[in-house]
Write a protein that binds this ligand. Structure first.
Ligand code: NDP
Length: 286
């Protein structure tokens, strides 16, 4: 039998990643002959180890914190959405053995919002909290949906203003600090800060939340994050964790690699369940 094609997720640290589980389920569902493993790479070894992985016949990599910007120069080709984001979360080897860099984070978020959560983004008022890598990755795809307003706020307002300068040509964008949040409820508030990872809630005015507001935390965990708890306590119509974004961005990467888009609903149900069946993932050779 043909050797399975090899894929991995690279990060530092990377032990926490659900990607092997998700791609394992995708491979089983679509009958693709592949393995997918975790590859911890320290920043100073990034270029050498990525080069070795592909020289050794590897077909593709997912890229997570802290490598999303640093891998970009290793790619001869980049998709338009990776160019706009200024970051790469997926690498795919091309027929000429060069690397293509893509960014599926923004598409993953928008697919989750539109298809899984059935939200209407056109003409909506959106508040985006944070100005780090995750915020940068979703700005272009969110603006493509033609919201009435996309308001980016960050603890360090200069970082939000830098994003405004870079992305304002793409749509109706505003930027500032947390103090600039409007006191009228937004339709959608997306938490793209790392505050949930520290058990904290970004300091936004409660008046930004109303019954029509969906609060979406990009962070995912088996229990409600501090932001999701805060949203429920302040009367948000809906409060969601970032599992759907995680699974949809993975499905976009899988499509790029294998030419087939898996059905994400059973995978989403599995990662959300309290105890995912981890043996679903094919094991990479040691
Ligand atoms: P970065 O480190 O690039 O950016 C962190 C951001 O969070 C900055 O804007 C920073 O503000 C802000 N921040 C950190 N701590 C706090 C705090 N206590 N209060 C308010 N703001 C804070 O991280 P990423 O952008 O890569 O990731 C952000 C989040 O998105 C993480 O929770 C990550 O897990 C999640 N994520 C989820 C994905 C998914 O598929 N669901 C995909 C990618 C990311 P400042 O600039 O002022 O320091």
């Amino acid at each position: 039998m043909r050797q399975p094609d090899r894929y991995a997720v690279i990060g530092y640290p990377v032990k926490h990643s659900f990607s092997p589980f998700i791609h394992g389920m995708f491979a089983k569902q679509t009958k693709q002959n592949l393995t997918y493993r975790l590859l911890e790479i320290a920043p100073e070894q990034l270029a050498d180890q990525v080069t070795d992985f592909f020289a050794d016949g590897g077909k593709g990599l997912n890229v997570t914190i802290p490598h999303k910007q640093a891998v970009s120069p290793l790619c001869k080709y980049r998709t338009p959405r990776a160019e706009i984001a200024g970051a790469v979360n997926t690498l795919a080897v091309q027929p000429d053995d060069e690397l293509l860099g893509d960014n599926t984070d923004g598409a993953g978020l928008v697919l989750d919002l539109l298809n899984n959560l059935k939200l209407k983004l056109r003409e909506s008022r959106i508040l985006l909290l944070g100005a780090g890598g995750a915020a940068r990755g979703v700005l272009g795809p969110l603006l493509e949906q033609s919201p009435a307003l996309l308001h980016v706020v960050n603890r360090d307002a200069t970082r939000a203003n830098a994003l405004l300068a870079e992305f304002r040509r793409l749509g109706e964008l505003r930027a500032g600090g947390f103090g600039d949040v409007q006191s009228e409820p937004y339709d959608l508030i997306i938490n793209a800060t790392a505050a949930s990872l520290q058990g904290e809630v970004p300091p936004i005015a409660a008046a930004a939340v109303g019954r029509q507001t969906t609060c979406y935390d990009m962070a995912y965990s088996k229990e409600d994050t501090a932001f999701v708890k805060w949203a429920k306590e302040h009367g948000a119509g809906q409060a969601e964790l970032g599992w759907g974004m995680l699974v949809e961005q993975a499905a976009e990467a899988f499509l790029l690699w294998r030419g087939v888009r898996p059905d994400t609903s059973p995978v989403l149900a599995a990662v959300r369940s309290p105890t995912p069946v981890l043996q679903e993932a094919p094991q990479a050779p040691k």
